[in-house]
Ligand binder design. Structure first.
Ligand code: CMC
Length: 430
């Protein structure tokens, strides 16, 4: 008997089956041959929240959650964070290899030349209420971009598809900055193509009344590092949303808009906003033990935000890099007073049986909010700061999905638990 197989006996029928094991997986469709009789649909798997289901083969990002390893195209995240830039990392993710100098220059020029958005987008933005959440504005305007580029529907055409991918990466900072300016009641600042990707973004967000104003280089570098850390994270909730929506062969703007809305939720990209709210609620280092007690109380509904991860059962490697970046940022901005509470929370949680047993460690969001706040971003804007760099991950995963011959329109099965065939009852008889 071959070693790379799984022998199964269906005790309902006594029949034996041999299923092929490939890449540590059996194919769920191989179970369908197991039937109780000819009428039976065949065995399925039940896996709410995809806890143990691989939805695709991917060559982009590798994670070993137990060991705390994250690699983009084989390059460890800490090396990229230390030595690369967000645009170089974007090239790597999209193309599989680090660029040559000439390739990087060409890529940077292309991105830079797509940073402007159609003037109508400004009117679109103006339609939002003064207090609209910037993520709502970002999701809507990204979805609206498909109406400006009708050719984006040609998802199977590599040249057309790549053009939209570049546009999305290039325009996301502009749209995010516009949504920020709108929520602050400030005039929109147009992109400056002489600046780097991240410097241009910070300038569009922050510049007021001084055309030559530039952000502090240390803050530009720190934000660029945060962008690298957030660029991709394999099959997380928003990326899976992009793949599922994109599997209908809709244009990439619509698919990425779905990714943005998934990212908006507090259990995903919204967690860093939730971390800051939590730190404010705790208010002082001395209140940390009491708070931890509430988190552990099973009847309560408190979670330690910024802790725990579906995949990492070890220290999130991104959190390590961010903790270091905190020091560099605080040197320029002054220390965020909430840092002491965060450090104390981490110290106590990492020794506590509850967190140790469940392998709950700080994730990427535990410290990122502190940096964003120190840089002067309002909490509501934090998730946009995640969406900008994740765009390259979304579009790269979109392309991998659309060019994968094994992929079809995503369509899970269900276990039906409702009532069956009932006769309709007229309104006056109910
Ligand atoms: N605080 C307290 N207890 C927790 C936490 C937490 N943050 N996270 C998990 N647990 C407990 C959970 O109650 C459960 O306990 P028990 O076994 O007694 O029922 C156990 O740990 C396993 O948790 P789970 O809910 O089954 O784990 P999951 O894989 O479904 O959830 C998670 C992962 C990230 C949604 C969750 O850990 C969480 O809600 N964390 C807080 C929110 C957060 O920081 N999210 C950012 C994730 S990283 C960035 C991103 O992906 O966008």
């Amino acid at each position: 008997m071959a070693n790379d197989t799984l022998s199964v006996t269906d005790n309902r029928t006594g029949k034996k089956f041999e299923l092929k094991i490939e890449n540590g997986c059996i194919r769920a469709m191989d179970l369908r041959q197991m039937k109780t009789d000819a009428e039976d649909f065949g065995l399925m798997t039940y896996d709410p929240a995809f806890m143990n289901t691989a939805n695709c083969k991917s060559a982009i990002t590798f994670i070993d959650g137990d060991k705390g390893i994250l690699e983009y195209r084989g390059y460890p995240i800490d090396q990229l964070a230390e030595k690369s830039s967000h645009l170089e990392t974007s090239y790597l993710l999209m193309n599989g290899e680090l660029p040559s100098k000439a390739q990087l220059e060409e890529f940077t020029t292309k991105i830079t030349h797509h940073t402007y958005v159609h003037e109508n987008i400004k009117q679109f933005m103006d339609g939002f209420r003064y207090d609209a959440h910037p993520m709502s504005m970002l999701a809507s305007t990204v979805a609206a971009l498909s109406s400006f580029y009708p050719e984006a529907k040609q998802v199977k055409n590599k040249e057309v598809r790549r053009n939209q991918m570049m546009r999305l990466i290039a325009k996301m900072p502009t749209l995010a900055a516009f949504s920020y300016r709108h929520s602050q009641g400030l005039p929109y600042i147009y992109p400056n193509n002489d600046l780097s990707y991240t410097e241009n973004f910070l300038t569009m967000v922050k510049s007021i009344g001084k055309p030559n104003w530039r952000p502090h280089p240390a803050l530009v570098r720190a934000l660029d590092v945060l962008f690298i850390l957030h660029a991709d994270h394999e099959q997380n909730c928003s990326t899976t949303s992009v793949r599922v929506v994109g599997s209908s062969e809709v244009d990439p703007y619509s698919a990425v808009a779905a990714g943005i809305t998934a990212l908006y939720g507090p259990l995903h990209g919204g967690a860093n906003e939730a971390v800051l709210r939590m730190l404010r609620e705790i208010g002082d280092k001395k209140n940390v033990p009491e708070f931890i007690k509430k988190v552990k109380d099973k009847d309560g509904d408190k979670k330690l935000m910024g802790f725990g991860h579906r995949v990492y059962k070890n220290y999130d490697p991104r959190a390590k890099v961010i903790k270091k970046a905190c020091d560099e940022v605080f040197e320029v901005t002054g220390k965020n007073p909430l840092l002491d509470i965060a450090v104390e929370l981490e110290r106590i949680a990492l020794q506590d049986e509850y967190f140790v047993q469940r392998k709950l460690y700080p994730n990427v969001d535990f410290y990122s909010g502190l940096i964003y706040e120190a840089m002067g971003f309002p909490m509501e804007f934090f998730t946009c700061l995640f969406a900008i760099p994740r765009t390259v991950g979304w579009v790269t995963q979109f392309e991998e999905m659309i060019t994968d011959n094994e992929q079809k329109i995503a369509r899970p099965r269900q276990i039906f638990t409702g009532p069956r065939k009932r006769d309709y009852v007229m309104l006056d008889k109910r």
